[in-house]
Design a protein. Structure first.
Length: 216
């Protein structure tokens, strides 16, 4: 393996619960009551437009035109108050010897805010890829293939680290080695050939023991 491609939310930063707490509160104001667990299960790793479409279907009417912008503002506020890196993320990126990047379905400003608040941004610098800039969202492999192409590395030589089923599927479709970060009960839908990682230190040990080129 010659490069590592990380997802951001739920993989590097512990944002999934925070994000869905804000979402549950926001949709409750429009008459839809869903549990936090239900929201996380339904919307983890999803495209925002698809999430909104699913919510509107359940509500039975369109959400206000400014729903997404208001949601993102509230989410950013929650992040500034409570966002933390995933346990082990900082140690991992400090020790990786090969090139690495982050490839997320979120917009660039959200990715940069999340990485900045958690002390991770200096490790990525220009190595940030957003689906909003590429025009493809997981489980489509486009964002991963674009990241590999930009780094000049063949897809089969890349490792993908993902927490969502959509991200895992995108990595498999890209022809990459996939690790599913599942700190709690593993998603039973994850294919059997995918290695399950319960803590990022496991990935750290695996990469450190591999015969890989030094990170430039």
């Amino acid at each position: 393996m010659k490069a590592v491609i990380f997802d951001c939310d739920g993989t590097l930063v512990d944002s999934e619960v925070l994000t869905n707490e804000v979402l549950v509160e926001a949709v409750a104001e429009h008459g839809l009551v869903i549990s936090l667990a239900e929201a996380v299960a339904a919307f983890r790793g999803g495209k925002m437009a698809d999430c909104v479409a699913a919510l509107e279907q359940r509500i039975g009417q369109p959400l206000p035109p400014d729903f997404v912008s208001q949601f993102r503002t509230r989410m950013a506020s929650a992040f500034r108050d409570r966002l933390l890196p995933v346990d082990g993320a900082l140690d991992l990126v400090r020790s990786i010897r090969q090139p690495f990047c982050v490839a997320s379905s979120g917009p660039r400003d959200k990715i940069e805010l999340s990485l900045s608040l958690t002390g991770l941004l200096p490790f990525f610098k220009e190595s940030i890829f957003s689906s909003y800039e590429v025009g493809t969202w997981k489980p489509d492999p486009g964002i991963f293939l674009h990241a590999a192409r930009t780094m000049g590395i063949e897809p089969h030589s890349c490792v993908v680290v993902e927490d969502s089923l959509a991200g895992v599927q995108a990595g498999i479709s890209a022809g990459m080695q996939v690790f599913a970060f599942q700190p709690h009960d593993p998603d039973p839908r994850i294919p059997k050939q995918v290695r399950i990682v319960r803590h990022l230190s496991e990935l750290n040990r695996w990469l450190s023991s591999a015969a890989l080129p030094n990170r430039a």
